[in-house]
Unconditional design. Structure first.
Length: 138
């Protein structure tokens, strides 16, 4: 059963020629870059860069490769969030081209104080939209 999640950002990207490897498809490491780009675009909508002294680190990341991507391809990277914890939240990603899902993944995002590297409570800007998921969880 898929966990409850809320769409928080859609990133529009493109497969670049240099993203492909010797096998003629996008190298597996680039899928993580596509997810990273979506995640950073989303974070920058919440805080002015990292001027607040707080930001994110990734505790883990996984990717399920469904189909090989090749150049050229416009991409949509859809980012979702699950029910929040105190200092972290799980993010989910769908990498889509021409209406087909080529990969999906997830990562655990931890909100930290950039000076100390210690976890901090998630900001209200993240938690508030996710409250409905917390109430709906079984």
């Amino acid at each position: 059963m898929m966990p409850q999640r809320l769409l928080v950002h859609t990133s529009h990207q493109a497969v670049r020629w240099g993203d492909m490897d010797a096998l003629g498809h996008v190298n597996n490491t680039l899928y993580f870059r596509y997810m990273e780009q979506a995640r950073l675009e989303w974070v920058y909508t919440l805080v002015d860069g990292y001027a607040t002294g707080q930001g994110i680190v990734i505790a883990n990341a996984i990717c399920n490769f469904r189909r090989p991507l090749v150049y050229p391809a416009p991409l949509e990277v859809r980012m979702y969030l699950g029910a929040p914890g105190t200092t972290s939240v799980t993010s989910y990603y769908d990498i889509v081209a021409a209406g087909e899902t080529y990969a999906d993944g997830e990562s655990r995002i931890v909100w930290i104080d950039l000076g100390t590297g210690r976890p901090q409570p998630l900001p209200a800007a993240i938690v508030e939209p996710l409250r409905a998921l917390t109430r709906e969880a079984p």
